[in-house]
Design a protein around this ligand. Structure first.
Ligand code: NAD
Length: 436
């Protein structure tokens, strides 16, 4: 099939590349000229494991192209994907200006039937708004399909190539057939393509992300309680996770959820609820708890240093909002850095992929190291914010020698408590006994 993808961010670029991988001809279009130039020069603008191989292969085979020209990108496309940002506006609602703006531009250009697929995460009723934009701007027939994306950054290629499910929201049989044909190769193992109406499909995405954010937040509260009652959240996690109804995943407590999706999607769903005069109490609490949880590690440090963080040298391992990505949108590390700087701490940080992105935000307010050990020299404490594999089994003797004091605040519970006792560290983690 011939496909156009509008927007080449984490979702658009993975979608375009993975659709080309099964033999489709894909043109990706973006307004960011610098990004497009990079991709035309065979360079990936993001870090996403496994993407480079597919990206290069499909460009070389002539199935994947990049342009800034919307008209060229869509002229012979049967299906046009919208993978555009939907950031929160001032009161938490999803800003639809990118999606509706692109829809209007497309409507003015098309000359024959197209399927317009919304991959962006959009509130209920957006498909109707997109349909109206087309009706107002062209007499050409289109079908508008809601096809929310469930990929996870860090394993995005795997998730796209072998999705647990594909949700397709449209009542048009013509569009359903085309989408079934397109996604057939990705669900050969038998995972479902679930057809539904567009409104249900749009809500499915928000329900999924909000449910996961709630699950994390629940565990964060259990962890906080564990500390007060002298229980160990690791044991509790294993104890409840072995129940199939609960499941083992998404039960790890930490420093609050972040990233480009959970915070904005929870906000947007809560906003939709408010708009519809529904008091979605759980979501309001989830947001409130997460705001507090982001600062939990800083509060532990303030307590340890009796509120005297001024001049303390703090080394941070991990800046990305999660491992295996360079994405720092709503990353807990940014909140922690902001608080520590407010208190006058001197920060040095290391992350395998996200340092250049953080540098764009904080400039030279913090120091960045070439490796994870560099930044430890003479630091008063090590703080772990992202659970990159490389931080899981460090050389503790080397860490202890480099640090001024053997003090670790761990927001991801990476280390065994007995190991910390044996190595002689002060070790403060989430929902577990503090080793001192
Ligand atoms: P992103 O910010 O990484 O990328 C968006 C891209 O769109 C940018 O490259 C930008 O230059 C481009 N763009 C903006 N306006 C444009 C226009 N008029 N024409 C062409 N290109 C334009 O965003 P993302 O993370 O890929 O997310 C896109 C959507 O997918 C959002 O709605 C998001 O909620 C959703 N989503 C994201 C993820 C994720 O993990 N990142 C997962 C599932 C769903």
């Amino acid at each position: 099939m011939k496909i156009a993808v509008v927007g080449t961010g984490y979702v658009g670029l993975v979608t375009g590349t993975c659709l080309a991988e099964t033999g489709n001809t894909v043109t990706c279009v973006d307004i960011n000229e610098e990004k497009v130039k990079m991709m035309q020069a065979f360079k990936l603008p993001i870090y996403e494991p496994g993407l480079d191989l597919l990206f290069h292969r499909n460009i070389e085979q002539g199935r994947l192209k990049f342009t800034t020209n919307l008209a060229d990108a869509i002229s012979d496309a049967q299906i046009i994907y919208l993978a555009l940002p939907t950031p929160p506006d001032g009161d938490g609602a999803a800003d639809l200006s990118y999606v509706l703006g692109a829809a209007k531009d497309i409507a003015k250009l098309i000359k024959e039937y197209k399927v317009i697929v919304t991959k962006s995460t959009v509130p209920v009723g957006t498909a109707d708004k997109v349909i109206k934009v087309f009706k107002d701007n062209t007499s050409v027939e289109v079908d508008v399909v809601s096809n929310p994306e469930f990929l996870r950054e860090g394993v995005a290629v795997e998730d796209f190539m072998k999705p647990d499910r594909v949700v397709v929201g449209t009542e048009s049989v013509r569009a359903q057939k085309l989408m079934a044909e397109l996604y057939g190769p990705y669900v050969r193992q038998g995972n479902p393509i679930i057809f539904m109406d567009a409104r249900s499909s749009e809500l499915t995405k928000y329900a999924a992300n909000s449910f996961l954010a709630t699950k994390i937040t629940f565990m964060n509260e259990i962890a906080n309680l564990c500390e007060l009652v002298g229980a160990d959240v690791d044991a509790v996690r294993k104890g409840i996770g072995s129940d199939d109804r609960i499941g083992k995943r998404f039960l790890f407590p930490g420093v609050g959820y972040g990233g480009s999706c959970f915070p904005k999607d929870v906000q947007a769903l809560a906003h939709s609820a408010r708009e519809n005069k529904y008091d979605f109490k759980i979501l309001e609490s989830v947001m409130e708890v997460n705001d507090i949880q982001r600062k939990v590690l800083v509060e532990k440090m303030r307590k340890y240093y009796d509120g005297q963080l001024k001049g303390k040298k703090i080394a941070i391992w991990g800046l990305a909002f999660k491992p295996e990505t360079d994405d720092i949108r709503e990353a807990p590390a940014l909140y922690i850095i902001e608080e520590l700087l407010k208190d006058g701490a001197i920060i040095s940080a290391f992350d395998p992929e996200a340092m250049s992105n953080v540098k764009k935000v904080v400039g030279d307010k913090i120091h960045f190291g070439d490796n994870q050990y560099d930044i430890l020299k003479d630091a008063d404490a090590l703080v772990i914010v992202t659970e990159w594999s490389v931080f899981r089994t460090p050389d503790f003797d080397r860490v202890g020698t480099l640090l001024k004091s053997k003090v670790i605040f761990d927001g991801r519970n990476l280390y065994d408590l007995q190991k910390m006792i044996d190595c002689g560290y002060y070790y403060n983690s989430i929902g577990r006994k503090t080793i001192s």
